[in-house]
Write a protein that binds this ligand. Structure first.
Ligand SMILES: [Zn+2]
Ligand SMILES: [Zn+2]
Length: 254
């Protein structure tokens, strides 16, 4: 499984892109950054989008992807998977013909550019040859994480924004080859992290302790700007094996 990091930042700045990961060129996990990084041909290859939650830094470029498809007169649609809460929020607040055209009905309701698909946490589904399971995680708004397994049996867990969570760690018993997980804030902001549904390095270590097997590789995302160096130092002190903070543009192979 090849994963390209389109964006791994919690804020948008020159050279810091909002959260998006592209799996094997066709499945996008979160949609904070698309058009600033991918040329048109690569945008057309995206046919599935998995959204973790409704916060703008994770959905920002989805409306622009839809518009690009429409303007180019491409005929394909993009399936957007998330919880009903997220899909309802997209329909009500973004694709509402006020903020943006309703691409869930354009060019027609039978054949729209954006197809919103509700997932049910804990109930597996498939996209092409990937088996996908979602789990609820704790954040300020309803949020889910994703476990993707490809046909070679390689397993990736993606956790967008989330504070300490339990269901996922109890449910996932198989070995994980890659874990993308956040560490938004340094240890001294533990109470803020818990209030807002985020992790510090120490909270991250407690999450890893809940896992049956330590993942082969752990990739850290969503560091708040200005804290990246501190978070890196604090992670180093925890002596966790095979852990690294992601950079935009990284290509991961698990
Ligand atoms: Zn969030
Ligand atoms: Zn975020």
């Amino acid at each position: 499984m090849k994963i390209k990091v389109l964006g791994s930042s919690a804020v948008e700045l020159p050279n810091a892109n909002l959260t998006s990961f592209l799996v094997d060129d066709k499945i996008l996990i979160d949609a904070g950054t698309i058009g600033a990084v991918l040329d048109e041909d690569r945008q057309w290859k995206i046919r599935h989008v998995l959204l973790s939650h409704s916060h703008l830094d994770h959905i920002k470029d989805l409306p622009f992807l839809a518009d690009n498809i429409s303007i180019s007169r491409k005929k394909h649609s993009v399936s957007v998977y998330s919880s009903p809460e997220v899909n309802n929020a997209l329909k009500k607040n973004i694709f509402n013909n006020v903020i943006w055209p309703d691409f869930t009905e354009i060019p027609s309701s039978d054949n729209p550019i954006i197809r919103l698909k509700n997932i049910k946490p804990g109930k597996p589904f498939t996209i092409d040859h990937y088996n996908i399971t979602t789990y609820k995680v704790n954040h300020a708004v309803p949020a889910v994480s994703y476990l993707l397994e490809d046909r070679k049996g390689k397993r990736l867990i993606y956790i967008g924004d989330a504070g300490p969570s339990n269901t996922i760690w109890k449910s996932v018993v198989k070995k994980i080859h890659g874990l993308i997980i956040e560490a938004s804030l340094p240890n001294r902001y533990k109470s803020m992290a818990l209030e807002t549904g985020h992790l510090t390095p120490e909270l991250l270590a407690s999450e890893l302790n809940k896992m049956k097997h330590t993942p082969e590789m752990i990739f850290i995302t969503h560091c708040k700007p200005g804290y990246r160096k501190k978070i890196k130092e604090e992670l180093k002190k925890l002596n966790i094996l095979n852990i690294r903070i992601l950079k935009d543009g990284d290509e991961l192979d698990i």
